[in-house]
Design a protein around this ligand. Structure first.
Ligand code: PEP
Ligand code: MN
Length: 345
């Protein structure tokens, strides 16, 4: 932490700040500048309140050098986190990017889900996604099949070997979801549901957190910090766009730069969802490619056996034939990326 004094701060004011810090067991080092004096604070700052120091007379500003997120930062953990699943699939680090596809919601037609899962397996995807508990903006919209939907996902896993990603909306459902899912997804709307994040810290299953529609990258990383600091290191981040001002052509603004930024400041895997990020099926392929080139550890997007009649998010879902074409083209790109020749299976 660095405390910058006002240009006209008195020596008394400077000494008072030094005393305040040293009384709390920390060391200080004063750097006298031509215009401003700066106090560097050395030691464990966890007991110091930066806002209180900033309010002391004569203080111009207080700058924190270390980020508020600690466990998820590269400083605490320089190596990439790689999440490993029992069937050998890995997410993160230099591993080949993964593909997670499936309908927005699991619907009554199990055969439709199975058609999507079979195509996904055929195209080399690793995960089947689908919501059984749906966070819908309107209470009158389809809310999901709940446990029946989870059973359908598990049956599709049984038949195809794909792993299952599905959303958890409530702490009360965590145990049930752990029975069926391989990754528990925290939806964008729940990114700052701190009680849910803390509870997910107490399980061992991987958790994928989607970026809130108005969340900064720092808030996104702090959401992950909630899970990791409560005991679960298996966290994946998912960039899914933030709310912009122009909704004429796309639902959200997909923040591709978030990928290299997160990789610079955190060791956690980061994937991108171009379906929710854009709201348009024709944008899945170009934005998916952009995300992969930017270094994403995977993509998640929506595929439906009959998008025109989907109960949710049909416009941003690919039909099965279109999906196969897109997957072919993404696979070509994934295969072409040379991650230092490591693990290019
Ligand atoms: C989803 O992936 O099913 C979903 C609801 O997305 P988001 O939370 O990003 O809106
Ligand atoms: Mn959706």
């Amino acid at each position: 932490m660095i405390i910058v004094m006002e240009h006209n701060a008195t020596i008394d004011q400077l000494n008072r700040v030094i005393k305040y810090v040293e009384d709390r067991g920390l060391k200080t080092q004063v750097n006298k500048g031509e215009l401003l004096n700066v106090i560097a604070v050395i030691g464990d700052k966890s007991g110091l309140n930066a806002e209180n120091i900033a309010a002391i007379e004569g203080v111009r500003e207080v700058k924190k050098i270390q980020e508020a997120y600690k466990l998820v930062s590269r400083i605490a953990h320089p190596e990439d986190t790689v999440i490993k699943f029992p069937n050998g699939v890995k997410i993160g680090g230099l591993e080949r990017p993964v593909l997670m596809v499936g309908p927005c919601s699991v619907e009554k037609d199990f055969d439709g889900l199975l058609q999507v899962a079979t195509a996904a397996k055929e195209m080399g995807c690793q995960f089947l996604r689908g919501g059984a508990f749906k966070p819908r903006t309107s209470p009158y919209d389809f809310q999901g099949l709940e446990e029946k939907g989870l059973q359908y996902l598990a049956q599709a896993r049984e038949k195809t070997g794909l792993l299952v990603v599905t959303e958890v909306m409530d702490t009360m459902d965590i145990a049930l979801l752990c029975k069926y899912a391989d990754i528990l997804q925290v939806g964008a709307r729940n990114m700052q549901n701190f009680k849910l994040l803390k509870a997910l810290g107490r399980i061992k299953k991987p958790v994928m957190i989607k970026r809130g529609p108005a969340a900064t990258i720092k808030e996104f990383l702090l959401a992950a910090e909630y899970v990791v600091s409560n005991g679960n290191p298996n966290v994946i981040l998912c960039e899914r766009g933030v709310r912009g001002f122009d909704t004429q052509f796309s639902r959200n603004v997909l923040d591709i730069a978030a990928v290299p930024i997160i990789k610079k400041y955190s060791h956690l895997p980061v994937i991108v969802d171009p379906s929710h990020g854009t709201g348009k099926r024709y944008l899945i392929e170009p934005m998916g490619k952009a995300a992969l080139v930017a270094g994403a550890h995977g993509l998640m997007f929506e595929v439906h056996h009959d998008p025109d009649n989907a109960m949710c998010d049909g416009a941003q879902s690919l039909g099965i034939e279109q999906f196969k074409e897109v997957a072919r083209s993404l696979n070509k790109l994934i295969g072409r990326i040379d991650y230092d020749n490591k693990n290019n299976k």
